[in-house]
Design a binder for this molecule. Sequence first.
Ligand SMILES: *Cc1c(COP(=O)(O)O)cnc(C)c1O
Length: 373
Amino acid sequence: MSLKMHIPLQDLKAEFRPIKSEIMRAIEDVLDGMTLYMGPNHTAFEREFAGYIGVRHAIGVSSGTDALLLAYLALGVQPGDEIIAPSHTFIATVAPLAFLGARPIFVDIDPLTYTLDPAQLQRALTPRTRGIVPVHLYGQAAHMDAVLQFALEHGLWVLEDAAQAVGADYRGRKLGGLGNAGCFSFVFTKNLRAYGNAGLVTTNDDDLADRIRRLRDHGRSDKYTHPEHGLNARLDEIPAAILRVQMRYLERRLEQRGENARFLTGRIGGGGIETPVEAGHGKHTYHLYVIRSPQRNELAAYLGERGIQTGIHYPIPCHLQGACLDSSRAPESLPETERAAAEILTLPIYPELTCEQLQYIADSVLEWTAVTP
Ligand SMILES: *Cc1c(COP(=O)(O)O)cnc(C)c1O
């Protein structure tokens, strides 16, 4: 075994170094101009991102969570409404519903893709159901044909939580353009980052887009006119300028993540470790490279000793979070969700990993499987 390495789960400094001068110039240009929101970068980024996803509207907002809140508001979520969502996701998928008095109805996942299992939708349906929120978890699309078909049959809207899946697609169509709207996050942990909070809503619905544009900016129709109450949830000009620089590198970086993932899967797959499954219905962008083992905690500790930082996304499902206990509804248990929470482990997969580092990660995992009964 080679010398001990130190490999973090993310290496933002390594990403920043080669693009530093471009980023600094973009920030400087904004500060020279002193238009700090709704400026030229904001407008250009919305246009560029809409073109990239292939939707009519991209509405920049202050975070992924605000994107979800604004979309729920604009879709008309009311107190008492029920919204079907996976429990195996980041809490922000459903948190905004609580503030609107609505209830998330949690369903189980397909254990291969970790995304909402469409076979569970019928059981969750009630006369109060209004919409479905498929989450494109880890950078891979949910089973959208079945979700969209079910929504159509029952008159429900579909809001895609694409926070982890910028650039991923479903049967050739970029995620965020399949449902009534899509939500993105550009927080620093995601694949396109603004080095601060930022988010965006995509939609092909003109009315929905107008509504979200007003709601993100104090409910304004013009500077001093407020036909309705809104939020202060705009995308600022500095993050917009940073995002425009990041967009130039996005595709290349996603490709590199995919290559790293295929390398790891090729090396560590087939033994006692379950590696990520590509569903075959679209491009997986590997926001997170998640393996699983019934002895996850032991494996994480072993890799930690070898200097490899790992993560768990997520150890406690939403339906078991204190925040959800009163407002949500789920069957007695969600067996696949709970089993995944106990077994999953996220390995480093960032584009700047060297061949030696990737090799070291694979060797360390294999070494653990060799010494584990
Ligand atoms: C990150 C994330 C969010 C929230 O985005 P923020 O920008 O952190 O507010 C929502 N849903 C999922 C699935 C996420 O991963």
